[in-house]
Ligand binder design. Structure first.
Ligand code: GCV
Length: 673
């Protein structure tokens, strides 16, 4: 076996009490010939899950007529309905008498309902008296893969790509299992290639690859997933031989028209494009003096008749900017570049905004763009790939971080304008919006490098479906579907996951300062390592204090990009949330935090604590030996060893650095190297 099935392992559930409802799957949507691939897949999943988990060999029956359906009294009944409380992808599950009814408006809804039922049984939950209705909170629930055509993955920590190898597309059983995995948590769209579109990837939109992509898109469609591609803004030059890729040039428009027509001839259900432009060396409309709206709208207009969507990233900044000017601030860039374009994007354009203003640091404030744009579709982009959060060597369960972002009140409206309200479309009555995660997958046996990192992939899907689920609940669901149902296992893994982000933060970056990592690979400490700062350091530490002054009064002015009362809250050192203190302020080492500790003592203490807590997590994990499969235990133990080494290195380097800068001794007299 080249890979495991993660949370779709369908481990046996002993002594499950509700078997009597589950002996037959009955589909009431018409005759067999009319059944869609999606329904066939739903039946397949239910059949396999019940067989493996409960040892039930389920029968299947397809009913041809409504009359016949009315006679059914027992089994799992999949039924299309026109229930107006359900959205297109929603479903209800009701257990009545001897039957469990899964009802939905569409085949996709039936698939999601089937996975929901499986999830409940896999957790050992009773389905007796079940009566639930579920509608997804977000319409777009996407993965972004940063996979390159040579098989490498940018910021990939789980092996190589399972989509590409040697400039070819891979079509094998793993693609089906990938689709099953992500559909099971409600993900409905995926971009399979890197936003940095290099060489062969530019050609994905040509005859060379479109045939195979069609096959892949069909597999995905069977699980309700749309295929998207990252496109190269300079494709008209690189593929078409045109002298420019100016979005207002007629030949460029004509070129894209022909290209997109061809894409849809091959793949009528193609989702659309994701574009990274004018950022980190990627081409874009700035070259021609055009705006990002002009760039995005050109493609959106052409995609529109096909039902296509154009997703345009707001991760636009000038990595060559002169940091010596104190007012220069990369954190300002996304807002500065896009706020003036609010309302100028076509309705099938979605702006994709990273959760924070910088770049997926351990701790950042929420991007002010969410509270700023009012007439623009938005997708929240988070990073499941642990680029700055431990490379999937260190455990870092990211759902609590994403929850904080979703729950953040932007004050864009008087009420109901949290990030979750905005990206779900509730705040401004929008349809084209949602959430995307940079995927943490690769062709490793366990998909995510660290077995525990699968919780982030699982959790992203669940959270994108229902932003109101708690981090605790998501962790619990994942654990129960992944590990044996032993209290000790469940409690220990739950505790490890829930502590992991705060622990990682403790031994790495204090109070929102970020970027003290080794340049380029972004793992391990390097206090002065920020690669785009050629003239100084990111943290701006001197002998008196550290932190970046982002106030309007004296600093970069970034704090002023927020709506009130947030702008004033961040501006004022007394009201600025402490976990972000150094993000917004230059703070003296002797500044007293709310705990009564000085800033420097806080840095020392948290770094010592971080290492101690990793040691405790390892102790807990050791005790699971024999209670979970050996291979899983060994793999995670090996990762924990790397994490401990990393944490010690962080502790020592950070503490030593700031001890040398400040000259202030540790109050507790611990050894600082
Ligand atoms: C795909 C960061 C990463 C890059 C990534 C970029 C982006 O800068 O380090 O690897 O490029 O973000 O999100 O486009």
């Amino acid at each position: 076996m080249k890979y495991n099935k993660c949370w779709l392992n369908f481990n046996p559930i002993n002594n499950y009490g509700d078997k009597e409802f589950l002996t037959e799957i009955i589909v009431c949507t018409g005759n067999k010939e009319n059944n869609s691939l999606i329904i066939d897949n739903a039946i397949k999943e239910l059949t396999e899950a019940l067989n493996k988990m409960l040892n039930i060999k389920v029968d299947q029956r397809i009913l041809a007529s409504e009359d016949e359906a009315a006679t059914v009294k027992s089994g799992i009944i999949l039924k299309l309905t026109d229930d107006s409380t359900l959205k297109e992808e929603g479903f209800s599950i009701k257990q009545i008498g001897e039957a469990v009814y899964i009802e939905a408006k569409t085949d996709k809804g039936l698939l999601y309902g089937s996975f929901d039922l499986i999830r409940r049984i896999a957790q050992g939950q009773s389905i007796r008296g079940l009566n639930i209705t579920e509608n997804p909170k977000n319409n777009f629930r996407m993965l972004n893969h940063w996979d390159n055509m040579d098989g490498s993955i940018e910021r990939g920590y789980s092996g190589n790509s399972f989509f590409f190898e040697n400039d070819e597309i891979i079509l094998d059983e793993r693609i089906v299992d990938y689709a099953r995995l992500i559909a099971s948590v409600g993900i409905n769209a995926t971009v399979i290639n890197n936003v940095n579109v290099h060489e062969a990837a530019t050609e994905l939109i040509t005859d060379r690859y479109l045939g195979k992509l069609r096959t892949m898109a069909d597999i995905f469609a069977g699980y309700g997933i749309k295929l998207y591609l990252s496109a190269n803004f300079a494709a008209p030059i690189e593929l078409g031989g045109l002298p420019v890729s100016d979005p207002l040039d007629k030949d460029v428009e004509e070129w894209w028209k022909n290209c997109i027509k061809k894409v849809y001839e091959y793949i009528p259900h193609f989702g659309g494009f994701l574009i990274k432009a004018d950022s980190e060396g990627r081409p874009g409309p700035f070259t021609y003096g055009r705006t990002h709206a002009e760039g995005a709208n050109l493609l959106a207009r052409i995609l529109k008749p096909y039902g296509g969507i154009l997703i345009w990233r707001c991760f636009v900044y000038n990595c060559q900017q002169d940091w010596r000017d104190y007012k220069t601030d990369r954190a300002r860039a996304a807002y500065d570049n896009f706020i003036g374009l609010d309302g100028e994007f076509d309705d099938n354009v979605i702006l994709q905004i990273k959760n924070g203003p910088m770049d997926f640091q351990v701790r950042e404030p929420v991007s002010p763009l969410f509270g700023g744009l009012k007439n623009t579709n938005m997708i929240l982009e988070v990073q499941a790939a642990q680029e700055y959060t431990g490379h999937q060597k260190d455990v870092c369960y990211l759902i609590p971080m994403w929850k904080e972002v979703l729950d953040f009140e932007t004050y864009a409206k008087k009420d109901g304008s949290t990030v979750a309200d905005i990206v779900s479309g509730r705040a401004y009555n929008q349809v084209n919006c949602g959430m995307a995660a940079v995927s943490n997958t690769g062709n490793d046996y366990n998909w995510t490098g660290n077995d525990l990192a699968a919780s982030n992939l699982y959790g992203f899907g669940r959270l994108a479906w229902n932003t109101e689920l708690s981090s605790e609940q998501i962790a619990m669901e994942w654990i129960k579907q992944t590990f044996p149902h032993e209290d000790k296992v469940i409690n220990t893994v739950h505790e490890i996951l829930m502590k992991s982000w705060p622990v990682y933060e403790k031994y790495t970056s204090p109070l929102g300062i970020g970027w003290m990592v080794n340049p380029n690979n972004h793992y391990g400490p390097n206090v002065d390592g920020y690669e785009y700062d050629r003239w100084g350091t990111y943290h701006r530490a001197d002998r008196d204090g550290m932190g970046v002054d982002r106030t309007v009064k004296n600093g970069t002015g970034y704090a002023g990009q927020y709506n009130e009362p947030l702008a004033s809250m961040y501006e004022n050192i007394e009201t600025c949330p402490e976990e972000l203190l150094l993000f917004f302020h230059y703070v003296r080492y002797d500044y007293k935090l709310k705990t009564g500790k000085t800033l420097i003592q806080h840095i020392y203490d948290t770094h010592f604590e971080g290492v101690e807590e990793v040691e405790k997590m390892i102790e807990g994990w050791k005790e699971l030996k024999g209670l979970i499969p050996d291979d899983v235990h060994d793999r995670v133990s090996a990762r924990f060893n790397m994490q401990l080494e990393n944490a010690i290195e962080w502790r020592d380097r950070v503490n030593t650095y700031f001890y040398r800068k400040s000259g202030v001794k540790d109050e507790k007299g611990r050894k600082i190297f």
